[in-house]
Design a binder for this molecule. Structure first.
Ligand SMILES: NC(=O)c1ccc[n+]([C@@H]2O[C@H](COP(=O)([O-])OP(=O)(O)OC[C@H]3O[C@@H](n4cnc5c(N)ncnc54)[C@H](OP(=O)(O)O)[C@@H]3O)[C@@H](O)[C@H]2O)c1
Length: 332
């Protein structure tokens, strides 16, 4: 059986490029005891992957050259030499960018497919997507009825869910994304009240128009200049949630920080970051709430699926050049 994998061959210097990767093939060895042979079904294209490609050992570590790119995903068990996993089971775990994988069975979680398809555990129920949006909006941001919320990277995976949680909780939601197509998506598919195209609009003027009394909650995944523009428009007792800073991931050695952080003090506000795994003990409740919203139609997770492991490098670059809406997946 031949495994096809997307391998990191050179570390990106600045912007990520497809040329940093190579597609390679290898024959699978005999399955060792305690291991499972998996057919990868969907890979989650996540922003954190970019930070693992640098030589510096950041929050998510640094991956070795000539290895399959780090990626979470869902897979089907083809063969099992591990008690507790059986042929046909759907699992979630750290699969890497490849079509087949053999790893210790204890690394994987069996998925219950009775309510949602397995790939939902990468999207709406995914740790790096739905559970991240839930943690940031509810546990950290304490979104409340009547809040005026701004969400950046709003048309992406985390952002799409964060906006919808804002609507479910009775807030006015302003989504910020790049391009007219993404703004239409935010208004027509996601249910945002307002959308700002950061590539074409005067962001400050639009924020003043849509949030004349200030912003109560900013769910930020972008950082950089955008963070300052919103800090300058905080309402009193506002909350700024630092989910990520994707505008900085291509140059983490030289991050542009907020210069208007004194607004946090002047407006008696808070700015708080989080990592989703900090809230792990609450994942069962989060999954239950999100499943309920999926089932009653108040939440949806639009997906964009790129076919073939050959397209993994292109998909990863897409996170940074604006080529997708909703949850980006690769089906090897
Ligand atoms: N705190 C946590 O535990 C945690 C967990 C998971 C993810 N995150 C963070 O959540 C954020 C979203 O991740 P995701 O996986 O859901 O990705 P995503 O939002 O699906 O894709 C990233 C989006 O970021 C936007 N973007 C890229 N470069 C940008 C720039 N320079 N300026 C403004 N926007 C830019 C792009 O949209 P446009 O076309 O609109 O530019 C792109 O669609 C990331 O910051 C990630 O690090 C945090």
């Amino acid at each position: 059986m031949i495994n096809k994998k997307a391998v990191l061959v050179t570390r990106p210097e600045g912007d990520l490029s497809e040329a940093n990767f190579k597609i390679m093939e290898e024959e699978l060895a005999e399955l060792p005891d305690g291991h499972v042979r998996l057919q990868v079904e969907h890979l989650s294209i996540d922003a954190f992957i970019r930070t693992t490609l640098d030589a510096r050992d950041g929050h998510h570590g640094s991956m070795a050259l000539d290895s399959p790119v780090i990626a979470l995903g869902t897979a089907r068990v083809l063969e099992s030499k591990f008690d507790g996993l059986n042929q046909g089971d759907a699992v979630f775990g750290p699969l890497g960018a490849q079509s087949y994988v053999q790893l210790p069975g204890e690394m994987f979680r069996v998925l219950d497919e009775s309510d949602q398809p397995a790939r939902a555990y990468l999207g709406a129920l995914g740790m790096t997507t739905g559970l991240t949006a839930y943690s940031g909006m509810i546990n950290v941001g304490e979104v409340a009825q009547g809040d005026v919320i701004v969400v950046s990277a709003a048309a992406g995976a985390v952002g799409s869910i964060a906006c919808q949680i804002g609507k479910i909780k009775g807030a006015t939601v302003i989504g910020i994304a790049g391009g007219a197509h993404k703004c239409e998506y935010l208004l027509n598919e996601i249910g945002c009240d307002f959308a700002i195209d950061y590539k074409a609009d005067d962001i400050g003027a639009k924020l003043d128009e849509y949030a004349p009394d200030g912003v109560n909650l900013f769910f930020d995944s972008v950082g950089g200049e955008l963070l300052d523009l919103v800090l300058d428009r905080l309402a009193m007792a506002a909350r700024v949630v630092i989910c990520g800073a994707i505008s900085q991931y291509n140059h983490l050695e030289n991050v542009t920080g907020p210069s208007l952080y004194l607004r946090v003090a002047e407006r008696n506000s808070s700015m708080r970051g989080f990592t989703v795994d900090y809230y792990m003990s609450e994942f069962p409740k989060m999954e239950s709430d999100i499943s309920g919203w999926l089932n009653d139609g108040s939440l949806k997770m639009p997906e964009q699926v790129e076919e073939g492991i050959d397209n993994f490098p292109k998909a990863l670059c897409m996170l940074f050049n604006g080529g997708h809406t909703g949850k980006l997946l690769v089906a090897p």
